[in-house]
Design a protein around this ligand. Structure first.
Ligand code: AMP
Ligand code: GLY
Length: 424
């Protein structure tokens, strides 16, 4: 069958690698993709938000299945556009992708259905938000309602910071219309775990857990980024946590969406915080995490096409989702200066070492080809160097060894991805 993947980052490269392993797939396309994905898929020069062009391409090329990797097109309703034309597509419809698209919606849903999450209030008037903050306990968390590239969350230590935050989000509209509404939330502490799942509207199957490292610098310092590295599984995701979430979070979230008339089919990504009072949901995403996908998908034993089709067809209960009994670590190689400003266009060397390996992977997040056909850097996050190992420690050692195979000017990475493993 022919598969089209929509998106252009390391996550889409990891999805493409999983799709390539399927014996059912004869041809992979990716729109718009990147140079690394171009090694295993035919790149299609259509952007993720050009719904009409994507649909036209899928019809013309007789694509059997389209997989939407990114949040923006899902929240914008790309799945509905494909379905209108009778095309098979993997991902939630617009009325379900709102689970990620609106923090106010997801918080209200959790409150209504007693799904554990931080206490909060929603505001659409900055004056009301400011007067609420006068009497609030600090630190406190401000969240722009809509999609903001993971940057719309501000942790404020005192009233002055919070006032500046309200101005940024609601008045200066730093995150655009995402700031029309705002959630003000209780500050929680604890370890974070990412749990991705496949959902078919009624059944949910959990993937192996992972942990992201969002801050730019070692020791969790510096600015928030899209993610500087991940490991899977998380040793902090214990049997006890799993049992609690199975009872109070996962199925409850799927059922809540169904009850609201917003049947969710696709990926639900639960951002959990393991607090002293038990696990709580920080946020939902409606797609694979990036770079969580880079450590979870290479460990999945199932044919990803079988699982995705079962989600579409409502037969996920028949799938026995299985992961390898090992570990993986992904270290992101970024351009120095990310996430603020950085140079691009440097030649990348050493990529051939990963070719054909089933233990070491180099997922491209931001690469391009120059006119000599060489790979060059083309983004803040450039590559996700991933390695497997029998244990997390072995996977980490392997991943850091593999980061040395790759060279480009301006190469930057964190040196403590997975360090928390030592405390487990
Ligand atoms: P979100 O996009 O909602 O996951 O928020 C991004 C990051 O901000 C999370 O991964 C946490 O590190 C942090 N964060 C969000 N909400 C809270 C909260 N209520 N308490 C503490 N940290 C938070
Ligand atoms: N790595 C976090 C995310 O994909 O949102």
């Amino acid at each position: 069958m022919k598969v089209l993947i929509v998106g252009s980052g390391g996550r889409e490269h990891a999805i493409a690698m999983a799709v390539k392993k399927s014996s059912r797939v004869s041809k992979i396309y990716c729109a718009p993709g990147n140079a690394g994905i171009g090694q295993i898929a035919t790149l299609v020069p259509i952007k993720a938000m050009e719904f009409d062009k994507l649909v036209a391409f899928a019809k013309e090329e007789k694509i059997d299945l389209t997989i939407i990797g990114m949040d923006d097109p899902l929240v914008g309703g790309v799945v509905d556009e494909f379905e209108k034309e009778g095309l098979r597509v993997f991902g939630p419809r617009k009325n379900a992708a709102i689970l990620e698209g609106s923090k106010a919606f997801s918080k209200d849903l959790m409150k209504k259905y007693n799904i554990p999450t931080a206490a909060y209030e929603t505001f659409d008037d900055p004056k009301k938000a400011l007067s609420y903050l006068e009497g609030a306990k600090f630190p406190i968390v401000l969240k722009a309602d809509g999609l903001a590239l993971g940057k719309g969350v501000l942790i404020c230590q005192n009233l002055d910071e919070a006032k500046a935050g309200v101005k940024e989000i609601m008045e200066d509209k730093k995150f655009g219309t995402a700031g029309n509404q705002m959630v003000i939330e209780e500050f929680m502490t604890g370890r974070e775990v990412s749990v991705l799942s496949f959902v078919d509207g009624k059944t949910i199957k959990i993937m192996s857990s992972a942990q992201d490292h969002k801050r730019a610098g070692d020791g969790d310092t510096g600015l928030n980024t899209g993610g500087m590295g991940t490991f899977s599984p998380s040793p902090f995701y214990t049997a006890e946590v799993d049992e609690f979430c199975k009872k109070y979070v996962y199925q409850a979230s799927v059922d809540a969406m169904a009850k609201e008339g917003r049947e969710f089919k696709g990926i639900i990504f639960f951002g959990l915080m393991l607090t002293e009072d038990g696990p709580k949901v920080l946020e939902y995403n409606a797609r694979f995490g990036d770079p969580e996908a880079q450590v979870v998908l290479p460990r999945m034993k199932n044919d990803i096409i079988d699982v995705m089709e079962a989600c579409i067809d409502g037969t996920l209960d028949k799938i026995d989702l299985q992961f390898e009994d090992n570990a993986a670590v992904c270290v992101v190689l970024a351009s120095d200066g990310y996430p603020v400003s950085y140079e691009k266009g440097f030649v990348i060397k050493g990529l051939e070492k990963f070719e054909g390996s089933d233990e070491y992977f180099c997922f491209h997040a931001g690469s391009a080809l120059n006119d000599k056909g060489e790979f060059i850097t083309n983004g803040g996050r450039v590559l996700g160097v991933t390695a497997k190992g029998k244990t997390l420690k072995e996977a980490r050692a392997n991943a850091y060894k593999a980061t040395e195979w790759v060279e480009f000017d301006n190469k930057y990475m964190r040196h403590d991805i997975g360090k928390a493993i030592d405390e487990a």
